[in-house]
Design a binder for this molecule. Structure first.
Ligand code: 2U9
Length: 340
């Protein structure tokens, strides 16, 4: 039995000296030390030994196993180092080679416009508020003085989750939630995605972005509305932009208006973009309807306010001369890469 052990060790050392990969090493380990390995065979055959021989051979076998396992650990380490060195040698990095350019993304034109507008209102002391896109019918309609049977509901083809829950059709619910949680003075804008089940065409998308704003304090007048929105448009499109207001109607503002600005393409001469008008409609606005203030728990005898709203997509298309809203949502890099 002792010779047998030495023979195994001998053969093991020869094979160990001859191998060069960790796979071969693992194979040798299993051969000698594995469950069906040669040493295991010996241990299994110990039954045939005498009682006094058994512990001696047992000890011999275990010592031999430890010795071989130590050698395997050592060779495994040096094989790993050798493999790393080889890798390092082969992976010579030619630093003169041009780097692999990872394509730098760019801001989406909608986000560029959104940020520019947000910064203009932040500079004017407004806060930016956000709210849920899946909204309660109450916040999207009732609280805005648009009762159940109000025609405005029909106008805004609404996605109903159920008769109490809708996909918001405008960001005005954010203003209502703000009125409920903040006492005046309030100066805020609410940018965000809104949903209307419109058919997709060059100027309509079922999902688009809006920015609405609200100012409530004591003594707020239509002059504050005109001054604030006129300044916004001049900061957005240029100081030479002249604004004008046309009477309009919204259920949530009284009086209401639409604001036009001189076409920043033809500066009033009249062109394709402004359909020869020289002016283009920029946004809707008005003094907050007293019913809306009351519903929000604000006394219209003490406080007054103005609000406004516009489609961000439309303003982005005006700003960049984009004639099809679908370009903003189709993620076509030929289009988007122009806005780097
Ligand atoms: C409260 C009170 C009043 C928000 C307003 C508009 C005018 C407006 C349209 C712009 C283009 C919707 O996306 S659009 O079709 N919106 O013209 N929105 S005033 O009025 C409010 C909002 C909240 C508490």
């Amino acid at each position: 039995m002792r010779e047998q052990i030495d023979a195994i060790k001998q053969k093991f050392n020869e094979k160990l000296a001859a191998l060069s990969t960790s796979e071969e090493l693992e194979k040798l380990r299993v051969e000698v030390l594995g469950k069906k390995g040669e040493f295991t065979q010996i241990l299994r055959s110990m039954g045939s030994l005498s009682a006094e021989e058994r512990p001696l051979i047992g000890k011999l076998v275990n010592e031999a196993k430890e010795e071989l396992e130590e050698k395997i650990r050592f060779v495994k380490e040096s094989l790993k180092e050798r493999a790393t060195d080889a890798k390092l040698k082969n992976e010579v990095i030619d630093i003169t080679l041009p780097g692999v350019k990872s394509p730098m993304g760019g801001k989406h034109p909608l986000m560029m416009t959104m940020e520019k507008i947000e910064n203009i209102f932040l500079e004017m002391g407004f806060t930016i508020e956000e709210g849920p896109e899946v909204e309660l019918d109450y916040y999207n309609f009732e609280a805005l003085n648009i009762p159940k049977d109000h025609p405005a509901r029909g106008e805004q083809d609404t996605f109903y989750i159920d008769d109490q829950v809708v996909l918001r059709t405008q960001t005005s619910p954010v203003q209502i939630r703000t009125i409920e949680n903040q006492k005046p003075p309030i100066k805020m804008i609410s940018p965000g995605k809104v949903y209307r089940s419109d058919d997709v065409d060059a100027t309509h998308s079922p999902i688009f972005y809006q920015i609405e704003g609200l100012v409530i304090d004591k003594g707020i007048t239509f002059a504050d509305l005109k001054g604030t929105l006129d300044l916004f448009v001049k900061k957005m499109f240029g100081d030479d932009i002249i604004t004008k207001f046309r009477p309009h109607h919204f259920p949530f503002t009284e009086p209401s208006a639409e604001m036009d600005g001189t076409c920043f393409v033809c500066h009033g001469e009249g062109c394709k973009v402004c359909k020869g008008e020289g002016f283009m409609e920029l946004l809707g606005c008005g003094m907050v309807h007293p019913e809306v203030l009351k519903k929000g728990g604000i006394d219209p005898e003490v406080y007054s306010g103005f609000a406004f709203g516009f489609g961000l997509d439309r303003m982005t298309m005006q700003k960049f001369g984009i004639d099809d809203i679908r370009l903003l949502y189709e993620s076509d890099m030929r289009f988007l890469k122009q806005f780097k």
